[in-house]
Design a protein around this ligand. Sequence first.
Ligand SMILES: C[S@@+](CC[C@H](N)C(=O)[O-])C[C@H]1O[C@@H](n2cnc3c(N)ncnc32)[C@H](O)[C@@H]1O
Length: 268
Amino acid sequence: MSTSGFRTTRSRSTCAPEPRPSVTPERRPGGAGAGVSSHAMAPDAAHGTGPASPAGAIVTASTRLAEVPSVPGIVLYQADEPFAVWERTETAAGRDGLPPPFWAFAWAGGQALARYLLDHPALVAGCRVLDVAAGSGLLAVVAARSGAAQVTAVDVDELAIAAIAANAAANGVEVTPVLADLLAGPVPAADVLLCGDAFYEKDLAERMLAFLERARARGTRVLAGDPGRAFLPAGRLTPLASYEIPVTRALEGMTVKRATVYEVPGSP
Ligand SMILES: C[S@@+](CC[C@H](N)C(=O)[O-])C[C@H]1O[C@@H](n2cnc3c(N)ncnc32)[C@H](O)[C@@H]1O
């Protein structure tokens, strides 16, 4: 993996080291070191998503635990290709029409930002961190590993919530998964907001950019990773660094993809 930096970043953490109030509306303890919370939009989602739950069992049985190529020391439950795992999860869940298994992959944008955090842990150390569109929870796991005080990972896919819990447990870190679509609502209090590879659909990209810019306006540092997806709002973002990321050919049609880490301008 090669990297080119565009700009240096402060190495000192801007967050207070002592624990702060949770960034989530509610919080309940989960299994094996991973907490599970739900948002008011999905009040029952806090149940049955831990690593030992039925959803957790589907995640772990459909994938294998493997290191993320760009992020040494971090393991995730990952699939080699999307279609078999999608079919397997639908069979195991006993229903069709599940969303694609985004959670079974470390996407190029997420890997780039994860690598950046690994190289700049002071960005999140001691901070309240929110990983939005978390998928596997890769960014949440890396933030927790980098010393974040509290980490919340949000996704709209119930299996992603189970994957986040399983991946947090596999890495021995505490992450609070939240099943919710927060994009239209108020931005939760957080010091740092992380967004990996979420500009692949027009509607999602527009809503995500508005959310990230609202977060920035209230003083949150906002970092995003993206490999140049169709709806990346590059003109509204400041590039920080780029990486050559190993990716799954079945997803991307290639084995290495260049992805860039961005900051929403004006971040503290
Ligand atoms: C391409 S994956 C990226 C996952 C991860 N950040 C990474 O980089 O590996 C995009 C994720 O966004 C989630 N997503 C889509 N719409 C969302 C929304 N409104 N709120 C939260 N997550 C959303 C999907 O379920 C999926 O897990």
